[in-house]
Design a protein around this ligand. Structure first.
Ligand code: ADP
Length: 441
């Protein structure tokens, strides 16, 4: 209500009071005159009071009926206080009605817009995971039926155990990708969870069939190329090994360079194949991985690579084992150790720490006192072939795929990679695992 409206209303009420008091005064003066004239003053005044009271009650009844929101006040009778009251109620009713109509129109427009969306949208209650609302695309993508599916549990429509886990963990940070549609198993879906209120989630369902197919084509291509390169490389490698530099000393530097490059290519192919394998696998074959011997092996690998140029320290304070894929975990940790040695100058220090976390999980952290990584590179460091310094990576025998492998292995173990680094002071790469991965020795 604006200020001129307020002023108008208070003026109306003041005028109404004045009119009412004036009328009452006139009425009772008239009644007194009639009473004196008829010599029945008491009776006349009594009748006059009763008439005033009756009229008051009748207007009160009318107003109370109009206060019921269903009855629209159409006309305002007379003048005075009651008429002013009815005018105010009439105005309030009209305002509320207009506001409700506007809101209903807006809601209708929102619903139509949501229905026209190519992505499925559902509102799901957080506590019971019941479907409170869904649009047309959600019907098509998830095979929901209106109104039958309303108020049913989301997990009745999506029976995949992965969805249950995803909802339990409330993964609002990461969409659940590549899920078969319950309506058509050839359609692949991605689900995204948006916490838009404290009571409900908005679940966005996207058809990612085309994207998934393209991704599969890319994966197959990389895997096939790497596989095809393996045999010719083994042959080249074999012949190079047979060439004795002593027989042709002038060729010695060339042969040595060729061997180095062919080894690099072989490593590249092996890393690409490993990545393809990791990408293709949804589930690894898992077992209890004894960490004490693994830490000894990692230390040996670091020492072999360092050739005595660094101080290698191992701290195993977690005193437990990990449940996971032994070969893949070894490969991931080994990549981090190799990076720490390769990107730390002579006389530097490399520390391997296996520690317990506050939540009952464990962390394997590889810390070095090396070159460090500028902050702007950190968000992209785990991408394939992303290098901070290409020359330094090549010189040290890197393929640019090590950290991608680490990230993939950790995600297959529901773990995460945390990186801290400062230029000139060193870096820490920490593999964090949840309590479900810990096995006591
Ligand atoms: P690469 O085979 O080139 O080492 P990675 O995927 O293992 O490939 O690492 C990507 C890039 O991250 C490296 O090229 C390097 O620039 C940087 N990097 C990785 N680990 C370290 C580290 N411990 N210290 C400094 N830079 C690092």
């Amino acid at each position: 209500m604006n200020s001129s409206d307020k002023l108008q209303r208070s003026l109306l009420m003041r005028l109404a009071w004045r009119q009412t008091l004036l009328r009452l005064l006139l009425f009772f003066t008239l009644a007194t005159a009639v009473g004196i004239a008829t010599r029945q003053l008491t009776l006349t005044l009594l009748i006059a009071t009763a008439l005033v009271a009756m009229r008051g009650y009748w207007r009160l009844y009318r107003v109370s009926r109009f206060l019921d929101w269903r009855t629209q006040l159409k006309t305002v009778h007379g003048q005075g206080l009651w008429a002013a009251l009815e005018t105010l109620i009439h105005r309030r009713q009209t305002e509320t009605r207009t506001r409700n109509q506007r809101l209903a129109r807006l809601l209708h427009a929102y619903r139509q817009a949501a229905s026209a969306m190519p992505d499925g949208a559902l509102i799901v209650s957080r506590r019971e995971r019941r479907i409170l609302w869904f649009n047309k695309s959600a019907r098509r993508l998830l095979g929901l039926q209106y109104p039958h599916s309303l108020n049913t549990k989301l997990l009745e429509a999506l029976t995949d155990p992965e969805v249950a886990l995803w909802l339990d963990q409330a993964r609002t940070d990461e969409p659940l990708a590549d899920l078969a549609s319950p309506a058509d198993s050839a359609v692949r879906l991605s689900l995204q969870l948006l916490p838009y209120s404290s009571e409900e989630w908005l679940v966005i369902v996207r058809d990612v069939t085309r994207l998934t197919r393209l991704e599969q084509v890319r994966r197959d291509f990389v895997a096939n190329v790497s596989h095809e390169l393996r045999t010719p490389l083994t042959v080249v490698h074999g012949y190079l090994d047979m060439m004795e530099p002593e027989e042709n000393p002038e060729w010695a530097p060339m042969v040595s360079e060729m061997r180095k490059q062919s080894q690099r290519m072989a490593q590249l192919v092996e890393d690409l194949l490993m990545l393809s394998r990791l990408e293709a696998q949804q589930q690894l074959s898992e077992e209890v991985v004894a960490m004490a011997p693994l830490l000894i092996t990692l230390r040996r690998e670091a020492e072999a690579l360092s050739q005595g140029r660094h101080r290698i320290v191992v701290d195993d304070s977690a005193q437990c084992d990990l449940f996971g894929a032994a070969k893949e975990l070894h490969s991931a940790f080994s990549n981090l150790v190799s990076n720490a040695v390769r990107y730390t100058p002579t006389d530097g220090r490399v520390t391997l720490r296996f520690i317990r976390n506050a939540d009952g999980g464990v962390t394997l952290a590889v810390q070095d006192s090396g070159y460090g990584i500028p902050q702007q590179h950190l968000p992209r460091i785990t991408e394939r072939f992303y290098r901070v310094s290409t020359s330094r990576s090549r010189e040290s025998g890197g393929t640019g795929l090590g950290l991608s492998i680490v990230k993939h292995v950790l995600s297959l173990h529901q773990g995460r990679l945390e990186i801290e680094s400062e230029v000139g002071r060193g870096s820490t790469f920490a593999c964090v695992f949840g309590p479900e991965r810990v096995r006591n020795r």
